[in-house]
Design a protein around this ligand. Structure first.
Ligand code: FES
Length: 136
């Protein structure tokens, strides 16, 4: 049943970009899974957002290899640059910032995903360039 639920949630994210409250209620009716159970599954996975996302969604890896290579400092830097906290979306809806577990780029840490595309060997300078491109 969890696999079926995940498929429904992924479909919703593909369709609308996030899982709305209405969608959760609809899925609850369809599957007989309580609303709280659906939120429990959705909030467990960082790629199943339950809030509307920005145009550019950043997931910074905080697993051990990236953390050793300063990904936590890069998150603080991103928070300052984007004027949002981890887990938030900017008021202008240009960026959302999240952390994630390993994205499979450990040998080129620290790494992040921007709209699903990996960026590796990150530095503050590299991030500044990436953000500039997104804003233009
Ligand atoms: S630990 Fe960050 S990509 Fe694997």
């Amino acid at each position: 049943m969890t696999e079926f639920l995940l498929e429904l949630l992924k479909k919703e994210v593909k369709k609308r970009g996030y899982i709305s409250e209405e969608a959760v209620k609809k899925i609850s009716k369809k599957t007989n899974i309580p609303v709280s159970g659906i939120y429990g599954v959705a909030t467990f996975y960082s790629f199943l957002p339950t809030k509307q996302q920005g145009k550019n969604v950043i997931h910074v890896c905080t697993s051990p290899t990236c953390a050793i290579h300063n990904s936590l400092d890069l998150i603080k830097f991103l928070e300052k640059e984007l004027k949002i906290k981890l887990g938030q979306t900017a008021k202008n809806k240009l960026f959302s910032l999240y952390e994630t577990s390993c994205i499979g780029c450990c040998d080129e840490a620290p790494a992040m995903l921007l709209n699903g595309k990996p960026y590796i060997k990150l530095t503050k300078e590299k991030i500044k360039k990436i953000l500039r491109k997104c804003k233009s």
